[in-house]
Design a protein around this ligand. Structure first.
Ligand code: FES
Ligand code: FE2
Length: 430
């Protein structure tokens, strides 16, 4: 064989990821190396970034606990005393609207002996974010919290209200035994929590995005569809799947591709805190929509949000607020995905739909809601199948360094964000 042929063989051989465990440093090096390439040379990051428990633990400490994670929408807890329970990164949380109407994120861990104060089956109806046997979102309602173990009770702001038979405990001071309050912020109607309490305020970091989404009036929207999923894949597999629309021409060729062809999708240049992609409707569909809007025909979909501009009325927008808040804006709704990572290859997911408040009160709403819940399910199940298949591939000895299409620019930006966090900076500072 000539030396040219040998060279040829060398360069065309697939670069298989090293099998088995590699160190966190090697994974980080692989991510930074991929992120530093220009988009036209973009490639995938090491498979172990999606399979290593050690790297997942690094992410928990360095991407999740020190940043803002989206846990609820305020329409899920509309009245004083309404609550929602979410388990996030080993923190049992209750999101509660207090008597003063403020929204707080409290720990459900009892300061007496660590019992979860609201275990299922102990009288707190509406435990969790979805009503049992239904895809309707649900919340609970209470006047105070009562730990079922030794009956300590707490006000809705977390203060200890009563603690029976503690009068002989020398020096016991009630004020020192409140439920822990986590740092939280409500931005555009979404409740974010920062578990370590040190993240700088979120809203000033998102002023640019706020202007872009103002017309959707998300703070006043109603969450009307919710479905929970147990996922056997890494959280980044879902983020990457949600944000790139290249796969419309594959797994969604019957559902989303006819509406929003992959080749027309495009991504904005790098933002510091978020990634934004645009998914314009096909020309023929734009015309059809204008026609329907003129005729007031909503036989498919919800009515268009009146305050949107012409572009917003004929495209979807995809947003990733780092690290893992996923939003899709459509002319008639906003889709929000809540991610609860559970390990390197497991997560819980809540898929939801929000609509303008006047839509939720119209006469045929129940019928619309049921139909649209089915639509959301139909395309999401396609994504679940590919995400599960990708994780299976990432565990295999055959997974190799892949290349990205220009249509996968959101993935490249996401990797640049992770690389920046590895370096202790933000993506736009690279
Ligand atoms: S653990 Fe809650 S009252 Fe004892
Ligand atoms: Fe998809």
């Amino acid at each position: 064989m000539s030396s040219a042929a040998v060279d040829q063989q060398k360069t065309s051989a697939p670069i298989l990821f090293p099998r088995g465990k590699i160190s966190i440093e090697e994974i980080q090096r692989g991510i930074c190396e991929a992120a530093d390439l220009p988009l036209e040379r973009a490639k995938t990051i090491p498979a172990q970034a999606y399979t290593s428990e050690e790297f997942y633990e690094w992410e928990v400490a360095n991407l999740f606990r020190n940043d803002w994670l989206c846990v609820a929408h305020i329409s899920q807890i509309p009245n004083a005393g309404d609550f929602l329970n979410v388990d996030l990164l080993d923190e049992p949380l209750v999101i509660i609207r207090g008597k003063d109407e403020s929204v707080r994120v409290l720990s459900r861990v009892c300061p007496h002996r660590a019992m979860d104060i609201m275990p299922e089956g102990y009288g707190y109806e509406g435990h969790g974010s979805v009503a049992p046997n239904s895809d309707k979102p649900a919340c609970g309602h209470t006047r105070f919290f009562l730990c079922p173990y030794h009956a300590w009770s707490f006000e809705l702001d977390g203060q200890l209200k009563a603690s029976p038979e503690m009068h002989e405990a020398a020096g016991f001071c009630r004020d020192e035994f409140s439920l822990r309050a986590f740092h939280s912020e409500v931005w555009q109607g979404f409740v974010f929590v920062n578990l370590d309490g040190n993240a700088p305020p979120l809203a000033p970091q998102l002023t640019e995005m706020e202007i872009d989404i103002a017309a959707y009036k998300m703070a006043g929207m109603q969450l009307v569809i919710a479905r929970e999923w147990d996922c056997e894949f890494n959280w980044k597999v879902l983020v990457e799947n949600f944000m790139e629309s290249y796969h419309h021409l594959g797994i969604h060729h019957k559902t989303l591709q006819p509406m929003m062809p992959a080749r027309d999708t495009w991504t904005e240049p790098e933002h510091r805190r978020y990634v934004r992609a645009h998914l314009p409707y096909k020309d023929s569909l734009r015309e059809e929509l204008r026609e329907r809007e003129r005729g007031g025909d909503w036989s498919s979909g919800f009515p268009t949000i009146a305050s949107l501009n012409e572009t917003q009325k004929t495209e979807w927008g995809l947003f990733l607020i780092h690290p893992n808040c996923l939003l899709a804006t459509a002319p008639d709704r906003v889709i929000w995905y809540r991610l609860q990572p559970l390990g390197a290859d497991r997560m819980k997911l809540l898929t939801t739909t929000l609509v303008a408040p006047e839509v939720a009160t119209q006469a045929d709403f129940e019928e619309l809601r049921a139909r649209e819940a089915q639509v959301l399910y139909a395309f999401h199940i396609e994504d679940m199948e590919v995400c599960t298949g990708v994780q299976r591939g990432l565990r295999s000895s055959s997974s190799r360094e892949g290349r990205l299409s220009h249509l996968e620019m959101p993935i490249w930006l996401f990797h640049r964000y992770i690389a920046a966090r590895i370096r202790g900076i933000w993506a736009t500072e690279v």
